[in-house]
Write a protein of this length. Structure first.
Length: 148
């Protein structure tokens, strides 16, 4: 980063985890690719990470709440859940309770699981809506922390 002029926009492409995005912002990166939500959707997964952002000593600090993985979902990371897993077959809850996207307001994990397993296009669309909204909200929260 020291070789890039300070007054130039710094853009990075790729699917980065939320904690790595925070590290890249702290190192001076200005703009990011938005392919993480799309790649997550292609895996039939939904972004669900909890985070708490703070601005301290001229850098952003992110506390990620680690959720307990279901017994059937030992292969998942801390940022997403796979909605084609059988454990979501009878979950009549939104993807993320705190999410305000159209998908979480109107549909349950069970319904999206059914659509994805049935290869219905609507499942992919609803998952895309959620993931893009969640990722956009994450960056909105980052901007708010930086403005304080």
């Amino acid at each position: 980063m020291e070789f890039i002029p300070y007054d130039k926009m710094k853009i990075i492409f790729g699917a980065w985890t939320p904690s790595l995005i925070i590290d890249l912002i702290n190192s001076g990166m200005d703009m990011f690719d938005s392919c993480l939500p799309c790649i997550t959707t292609e895996r039939n997964s939904a972004l669900i990470f909890d985070y708490n952002l703070k601005y301290k000593n001229e850098s952003i600090i992110m506390d990620v709440s680690h959720r307990k993985t279901d017994k059937m979902n030992d292969n998942l990371n801390e940022y997403e859940i796979c909605l084609t897993d059988k454990c979501h077959f009878e979950k009549f809850v939104p993807i993320k309770d705190s999410c305000t996207c159209l998908t979480c307001k109107k549909h349950t994990r069970f319904y999206i699981h059914h659509l994805l397993v049935s290869n219905e296009l609507l499942g992919f669309i609803l998952l895309t809506i959620h993931n893009l909204h969640y990722f956009n909200q994450f960056f909105k929260d980052i901007r708010e922390v930086l403005m304080k």
